[in-house]
Design a binder for this molecule. Structure first.
Ligand code: PBG
Length: 308
């Protein structure tokens, strides 16, 4: 009766990794408890997520090496994994929102989110490809387009590209304050971009030392037309969530990223504490910081606990 903050299944967004082999599941060594799922398995889990009241699924493809290129062209193939999964989930679980990631890293041979010239990121050339990727996802039925690439000016360009094709109702959730973080390690394992990644992403992701820069990035993305903004990673950056929330009147999300989830899992596996208790406590922390929603690999676990 006196709880100031309440976690509900509708606060939760479940990030899922899609495998090309439709009936297969694969474990991810660095992230126990999370699996890459073939489309058939994913559809079954999506139905379960819908029943549990989880609000959305964020889709990430595991692209076979044979389809990775310098230019990441598979990202705008209308038959790619993301488009197929989006269509299938829409048929099977129409109530659940579909969030698709806009960035080239799963599709490029070098593992970067943008196009490269030697080792320099080409901002403007990348944006053209990101617009094609976003349109491709909207045509397949995505509800929310989530640019995670951190190129400058991409939100405005994507908004324009979507509107020009009649997708005014497709929302943009920008990864507005995305830090260059070691906590993405297990994700890069999961999508297979870790071994490919040349160098690091520090020229386009933010320095963990900065706060004001995050506010500027959020402000720019809102001005460019973002409907919602995200802070990422989550737990080490809840001060940023709080500042964004207090300053701007937009729905604010945070991503409890792969390394954060893995940290809880591994610690629980070592007997440090109970996994479920640690998950729920950490998610409540996001609510306390002011999040309107949380992306977490524990979405289904947490939703089940909330229902029971
Ligand atoms: C890539 C992307 C990353 C994540 C989401 N989209 C990794 C990166 O920037 O290297 C990380 C998510 C996670 O760690 O769970 N554009």
């Amino acid at each position: 009766m006196v709880a100031e903050n309440l976690l509900t299944p509708a606060d939760l967004i479940w990030p899922a990794f899609i495998l090309e082999a439709a009936d297969k599941t694969e474990d991810i060594a660095t992230m126990p408890g999370v699996q890459r799922l073939g489309i058939e398995k994913l559809v079954a889990r999506a139905k379960e997520a819908q029943e549990l009241g989880v609000s959305a699924i964020a889709l990430f493809p595991v692209v076979p090496t044979s389809k990775k290129t310098e230019g990441g062209e598979e990202s705008f193939n209308p038959m790619n994994l993301i488009c197929n999964a989006t269509k299938r989930i829409k048929e099977a679980a129409p109530e659940i929102g579909i969030i698709t990631d806009v960035a080239l890293d799963p599709y490029t041979t070098h593992g970067h989110d943008g196009l490269l010239d030697d080792d320099k990121i080409l901002n403007d050339e990348t944006i053209e490809v990101l617009c094609k990727q976003a349109l491709n996802q909207a045509k397949a039925g995505a509800d929310i387009i989530a640019p995670s690439d951190m190129m400058d000016g991409r939100v405005a360009a994507i908004r324009q590209a979507l509107d020009a094709e009649g997708f005014e109702d497709v929302a943009i959730m920008s990864y507005a304050a995305k830090y260059a973080s070691c906590f993405y390690g297990p994700f890069r394992d999961a999508v297979g971009s870790k071994s490919a990644l040349k160098g690091d992403k520090k020229t386009y992701q933010m320095s963990p030392a900065n706060t004001d820069e995050a506010i500027r990035e959020v402000q720019l993305d809102i001005a460019e037309g973002a409907d919602m903004v995200m802070v990422k990673p989550g737990m080490p950056y809840l001060d940023i969530v709080r500042r964004v929330k207090e300053r701007f009147n937009v729905p604010t999300f945070a991503y409890q990223v792969s390394g954060e989830y893995a940290m809880l899992r591994h610690a629980a596996d070592q007997g440090c504490f109970d996994f479920e208790t640690s998950l729920m406590e950490s998610l409540l922390g996001f609510k306390r910081a002011g999040c309107n929603g949380i992306l977490t690999y524990g979405a289904l676990d947490a939703a089940k606990l909330l229902k029971s």
